[in-house]
Design a binder for this molecule. Structure first.
Ligand code: ZN
Length: 264
């Protein structure tokens, strides 16, 4: 990236190292919350969708979203490239899942999906990959949406952060207006969340089939992980490298690639 754009919020979001492996969501905070006696309460699908919309509006307002109409040449290039990549996603899938796929112009190697169908692919990740590998990452993220991983993780994050004091006061289809502190709290909670190995493998398998549906070589799913593995291997020791710090908690890339290669 020639141009580095970071916002304060990004400092929270960058932990989304999900980044590297497109979404590792661990439920540490949920476990902590349970231990502290945070009550679980029901959230309807409509509520989760409403809060996800609210959260993503906030996230988009705090991060540089690349647009095809951007005056900034670099941001426009990223937006144009992503629009071209996304153009092969089947229209019925986009409609059914309410997909909205955009890029943030930031230096983190990352991508994430939110429960409302929003997917954000970071420009630094796009810099490292071919168009078809980026499509694979998008397919993997769609897999998390289809498999309800994004929804479950978001509902958990809501319960332990933004709505932690609201137990009993929510229910039905009432979506509260979250304040800035609640939204920051939610961002942090999501950043600390991780998906299980099983969820990641399922999302990889979805990405593999998705590439076929898009008329692309499914091996791009494994090769996109290979790009990240190479980055990890080049990164050196954790003390010297922000990349290795980013990847150190994810020793599973090799395993995921092996699993995908067995699908051939
Ligand atoms: Zn993932």
């Amino acid at each position: 990236m020639k141009k580095v754009v970071l916002t304060v919020v990004l400092a929270l979001l960058c932990n989304f190292l999900a980044s590297a492996q497109f979404g590792k969501i661990k439920l540490d905070k949920a476990v902590d919350a349970a231990a502290k006696g945070v009550k679980s309460f029901t959230l309807s699908d409509a509520e989760i969708k409403g809060y996800a919309d609210e959260y993503m509006q906030w996230s988009d307002a705090h991060n540089p979203v690349c647009k095809t109409t951007d005056k900034d040449k670099g941001m426009k290039e990223v937006a144009d490239r992503l629009a071209k990549i996304v153009s092969v996603v089947p229209a019925n899938l986009t409609k059914e899942l309410n997909l909205n796929i955009l890029s943030y112009y930031v230096i983190d190697v990352n991508a994430f999906a939110c429960a409302n169908g929003d997917i954000r692919v970071f420009a630094a990740l796009m810099d490292l990959m071919t168009d078809d590998q980026i499509l694979a990452v998008i397919g993997h993220e769609i897999g998390h949406i289809v498999n309800k991983d994004s929804k479950d993780a978001f509902a958990t994050a809501l319960r332990v952060s933004a709505l932690k004091d609201a137990a009993g006061a929510v229910g039905g289809n009432t979506v509260q207006k979250l304040n800035d502190a609640q939204l920051s709290d939610l961002a942090e909670s999501l950043a600390n969340a991780q998906y299980s190995q099983k969820q990641e493998n399922a999302a990889d398998a979805y990405g593999y089939e998705f590439l076929k549906k898009c008329g692309k070589d499914p091996n791009n799913m494994a090769s996109s992980l290979g790009v990240l593995l190479k980055l990890q291997e080049e990164a050196g020791t954790p003390e010297n490298s922000k990349f290795n710090k980013l990847f150190s908690s994810h020793p599973d890339l090799k395993k995921r690639i092996e699993t995908l290669n067995k699908m051939n």
